[in-house]
Write a protein that binds this ligand. Structure first.
Ligand code: IMP
Ligand code: MG
Length: 179
């Protein structure tokens, strides 16, 4: 595993190893299996960023459940644009369901603060948020993260689903921008 690498035109250094990520996902899976054993939850993964997290977490989930996907986007380069676009919407009835949102990272909380009211309008029983990463210092909206694998500082990260201008999502570890 390389300690520094170039993604697109910037330098990044190793921040969270693939092994550590898998350990944390395993323990999140155990908590979810216990708490939602009898609720047949719907996991709703937010694309593109959560695809690796959703895939690895779902391999640990052993309770009756479903998964679906929506595609939202708010970032351009290393900055949030402050505008959230729905590129692929909800295609499943969530009325009276327990919905567990799967996110790669909760940063400002803008994406979820815009998406949650849309979801709530379909009258689910409850909505929970499971995010691989959480940047508490960047949070600007009233969002409660129910489960997160890692709390991270307000730095730009790539890898394991997170991108820098579309690049780096394929990396099995997470890397931090070298300023
Ligand atoms: P928020 O709306 O500000 O909470 O940002 C949520 C989305 O922004 C995430 O789902 C990511 O796709 C993207 N994002 C936030 N921080 C980072 C980062 O450090 N690296 C890459 N993408 C990020
Ligand atoms: Mg992104």
């Amino acid at each position: 595993m390389e300690n520094t690498l170039k993604v697109h035109d910037k330098e990044f250094k190793l921040y969270i190893t693939a092994e550590k990520i898998q350990q944390q996902i395993f323990s999140m899976g155990e908590k979810i299996n216990q708490r939602f054993a009898n609720t047949d939850p719907l996991f709703l993964a937010i694309l593109n960023g959560s695809f690796m997290f959703a895939s690895d977490l779902m391999k640990q989930v052993c309770i009756p459940s479903e998964i679906s996907f929506v595609k939202l986007a708010s970032y351009q380069g290393t900055q949030s644009t402050g505008q959230v676009k729905t590129l692929v919407g909800l295609d499943i009835n969530i009325q009276n369901r327990t919905v567990i949102i799967l996110e790669d990272i909760v940063d400002t909380g803008k994406t979820l603060s815009e998406f949650l009211p849309v979801l709530k309008s379909f009258q689910p029983k409850e909505i929970l948020i499971a995010s691989l990463l959480f940047k508490p210092a960047a949070l600007k909206h009233d969002i409660k993260v129910d489960y997160s694998c890692f709390e991270v500082p307000n730095d730009f990260l790539v890898g394991y689903g997170l991108d820098y201008d579309g690049h780096g999502r394929n990396l099995p570890s997470i890397y931090q921008l070298v300023q």
